[in-house]
Design a protein around this ligand. Structure first.
Ligand SMILES: Cc1ncc(COP(=O)(O)O)c(C=O)c1O
Length: 410
C-alpha cells in the first residue's frame, strides 16, 4: 500500500530583513514575481512584538495567555514565548507545541472546559495544572485523572455583540450554577483557584467587561462561604486585532473594572486569553484574480464577479461563516469603480469573500490585497476542492531578531 500524502502541509518561508524595510516593500517585491498558484500570507513578526508592547503599556496588570487556536504558526508562537506571554491551549497538540519550545508548564492554561481524558492525562504528566471547567461531570473526570489540578470555573457572560455567543456552548450561570459546582468541587477535595469568562469574539465590545467583572466580584465573595479564597481571574479573549481597532478603550475599561471591583485584592492575579489581538494585523494576504464574469441581477443591475485564488476554505473562513467584513484593496489599478463581488476558487456557493464592493475593472492576474488576516485564517484553511493552502512568507527585522535571539524561553 502506498503512503498517503499529507495534503495539509503549510508551505512556509522565513526571512530576516534590514530594519528599514517596510511591509509594503516586501509586498512590492513579491508582486514583482507575478501571480502565484497559492495566495500568500505576508507575516510581519515585528507587528507581534509591537502588539505585545502595547498590551504591556496599557494593561500591565493583566498577563496575556495567547490563545494558540487563533494562529498556531510556529514563528508566531515562538516570538510570544520569547516575549514571555502565557498560552491558552485547547488541546493536547497545542500543549505539545508550546512545551516543545521549552515553555514551562506554569505558563499554560488548558482553557477547554470539555477536555478529552487523554489530554487531561497528558496535562497531568507534563504538570500543566491550570485548567478551566464549567460542569459537574468534568469535575468528576478531573477528580479521577488529575485531582491536583488548579481549577478555574468558567462562568457565562455574553457580550451580545460578538459573532457567536460563547455562552451557548461554555460557561455556567454564575448565580444559579456556580455555588453548586463549587460545593461539589469542595466535596471532591478539588482546588478551585479562580474564575474565567469570555465575552465573545470580535464583538467590538469593551463595555461588557465591567459587567463581567461585577459578576466575578460577587462570585469571588460567595465562593468564600464555600471555603474558596480565589486568587485568579481570567478575563478571556474578545480583544480586537486589526490595526484600525486599538485596544485603548478595552484597556481603560478593564483597568477601571479592576480598580472598581478588586482594588483591595492584592493577592488576585489577572490573566487574559487574547487570540486575534496578537496575529491579526501581522498578516496581509495577497490574492489574484483567476476568473471574472459579468452578471445581471433580476432588476438588470450589473455586478462583476471576481474569482480569486483564496476563499472561505482558505484565509477567509470568518468572512463566510461569521459574516465578518474584509476589506479588499485592488493594487495598482485606477479608473472607474463598479459594483463587484469577490468569490473564492471552490465550487461551493458559500465560498464568497465579499458580496458587494466597489472595485476598478480588474484583469486576470491582477492582485487583490487583504490586510488584517492573521486571526482564525491559516488555522482553519483546508484543501477543499484541491486548492492549495495559503503560503506563508514570514519576515522579521534584524534588530528584532537579535533581541529575540537573546531572549531565553523558560
Ligand atoms: C476559551 C477561549 N479563550 C480565548 C479565545 C480567543 O478569543 P479572541 O480571539 O476573541 O481573543 C477563544 C476563542 O474562541 C476561546 O474560546
Amino acid at each position: 500500500m502506498s503512503t498517503r500524502v499529507h495534503q495539509m502541509e503549510r508551505k512556509c518561508e522565513f526571512n530576516i530583513l534590514a530594519d528599514n524595510v517596510k511591509v509594503q516593500n516586501v509586498i512590492d517585491s513579491i508582486l514583482e514575481h507575478g501571480p502565484q498558484e497559492e495566495s500568500i500570507h505576508v507575516v510581519d513578526l515585528d507587528d507581534i512584538v509591537k502588539k505585545h508592547d502595547i498590551w504591556l503599556q496599557q494593561m500591565s496588570r493583566v498577563k496575556p495567555f495567547y490563545a494558540v487556536k487563533c494562529n498556531d504558526t510556529q514563528e508566531i508562537v515562538q516570538v510570544l514565548a520569547k516575549l514571555g506571554t502565557g498560552f491558552d491551549c485547547a488541546s493536547k497538540r497545542e500543549m505539545e507545541q508550546i512545551l516543545a519550545m521549552g515553555v514551562k508548564p506554569e505558563r499554560i492554561i488548558f482553557a477547554q472546559p470539555a477536555k478529552p481524558i487523554e489530554s487531561l492525562i497528558y496535562a497531568k504528566k507534563h504538570e500543566i495544572k491550570l485548567m478551566t471547567f464549567d460542569g459537574q461531570y468534568e469535575l468528576h473526570k478531573i477528580k479521577q485523572h488529575f485531582p491536583e489540578a488548579l481549577l478555574v470555573l468558567r462562568f457565562r457572560y455574553d457580550s451580545g455583540k460578538s459573532y457567536g455567543t460563547m455562552g451557548k456552548k461554555f460557561g455556567c450561570d454564575a448565580e444559579s450554577e456556580a455555588p453548586g459546582l463549587l460545593r461539589l468541587a469542595k466535596d471532591l477535595g478539588l482546588n478551585v483557584i479562580g474564575l474565567s469568562f469570555h465575552i465573545g469574539s470580535a464583538g467590538d465590545d469593551w463595555q461588557s467587561f465591567m459587567g463581567a467583572f461585577e459578576v466575578a466580584r460577587k462570585t469571588f465573595d460567595s465562593a468564600k462561604n464555600i471555603g474558596y479564597n480565589f486568587t485568579l481571574l481570567d478575563i478571556g479573549g474578545g480583544f480586537p486585532g486589526a490595526n484600525c481597532k486599538p485596544i485603548d478603550p478595552y484597556a481603560k475599561q478593564i483597568n477601571k473594572a479592576i480598580d472598581t471591583y478588586f482594588a483591595n485584592d492584592s493577592n488576585v492575579t489577572f490573566i487574559a486569553e487574547p487570540g486575534r489581538y496578537y496575529p491579526t494585523s501581522a498578516v496581509t494576504t495577497i490574492t489574484h484574480v483567476q476568473s471574472k464574469r459579468l452578471v445581471k441581477d433580476k432588476d438588470g443591475k450589473e455586478i462583476m464577479y471576481y474569482y480569486v485564488n483564496d476563499g472561505i476554505f482558505g484565509t477567509f473562513y470568518s468572512a463566510g461563516h461569521e459574516k465578518q467584513q474584509v476589506y479588499p484593496v485592488a493594487l495598482n489599478k485606477e479608473g472607474p469603480v463598479k459594483e463587484s463581488a469577490i468569490w473564492g476558487p471552490s465550487c461551493d456557493p458559500l465560498d464568497l469573500i465579499r458580496p458587494s464592493v466597489l472595485l476598478p475593472d480588474l484583469q486576470f492576474g491582477d492582485f487583490i490585497l487583504f490586510e488584517n488576516t492573521g486571526g482564525y485564517s491559516i488555522v482553519l484553511a483546508n484543501s477543499f476542492n484541491g486548492f492549495p493552502l495559503p503560503r506563508l512568507q514570514i519576515y522579521v527585522r534584524e534588530s528584532t531578531w537579535a533581541m529575540l535571539q537573546n531572549s531565553p524561553i523558560n
